[in-house]
Design a protein around this ligand. Sequence first.
Ligand code: HSE
Length: 313
Amino acid sequence: MSGPAQPVTAFAPATVGNVGIGFDILGHTVSAVGDKVTARRTESPGVRIASITGSPAALPLEPEKNTAGMALVSMSRALSLPFGIEIEIQKGIPLGSGLGGSAASAVAAVVAANALLDEPLDKLSLLKFAMQGEAVASGSVHVDNIAPSLFGGLVLTVGIDHPRTKQIPVPPGIRCVLVHPHMFLSTREARRILKKSIDLSDLVWQTANLAGFLSGCYSNDLDMIRDAFEDVIIEPQRSQLIPGFKAVKQAAMVNRALGCSISGAGPTVFAWCEEAYAQGIRAAMVEAFSDHNLACDHWISAIDEQGARIVDA
Ligand code: HSE
């Protein structure tokens, strides 16, 4: 049996990495935005990137230097594929925004390529290939964007060499407000500035907050989610990279957000809230950035349980 001869296009959603209190292990989808990758089989083995559209900055076409390309190189090598894969990447997620753009391209690439295989793989196998792509962009292997983009919803990942993922239930009616100020932040740089060790008291606080947040999600306890929604380790270090962060967060909180923090490595700031407060929170956050001379894109997103998918085959 041979795989499809026709090109296949996959969409992978943007994601909020860390969700404040789960550095490198927790993330959720943002269904409003995403990247697409079209993949087709070629006769000569190897991976080729035919085009990248939708990005104002030039992204590398060499597969080993590109997140989507590298994910496919690792897939092609591991499976010893007898055919080649050519891809076209359509970027929908702004570069350096903290919305998981590199992860989404890698995920869309492996999902599209998977549809070309004679025997498609399960999602956990695809996760491992996509992780190799993500490492190209950020200089380290982390899964908090890859896993939700692939599986959908709010996802916790435990382990790196043998990752286990868990979709966490999100209380009904929760919305995520996202405000992306027009500035570029490199994930590499936002990771480089982080201290290599932390105080024991911060560890205790952060652990309690992560546990409280997850238990609040499982039990629909919005008060617990609100009380636990505070990153005491990463946000204080990274917030200095985002002009006006304190004012933006305060604007969200006084307008009844459940919590507000940095999306991934930033500079996008996100807030969780009940649906009724989402518009007011968004307006207040955008105004606070504007007071710091930053124009923004903004979205209100449900935490969609659907992850990456084939959209055209
Ligand atoms: N967890 C990662 C970080 C996400 O915060 O550095 C980066 O996309």
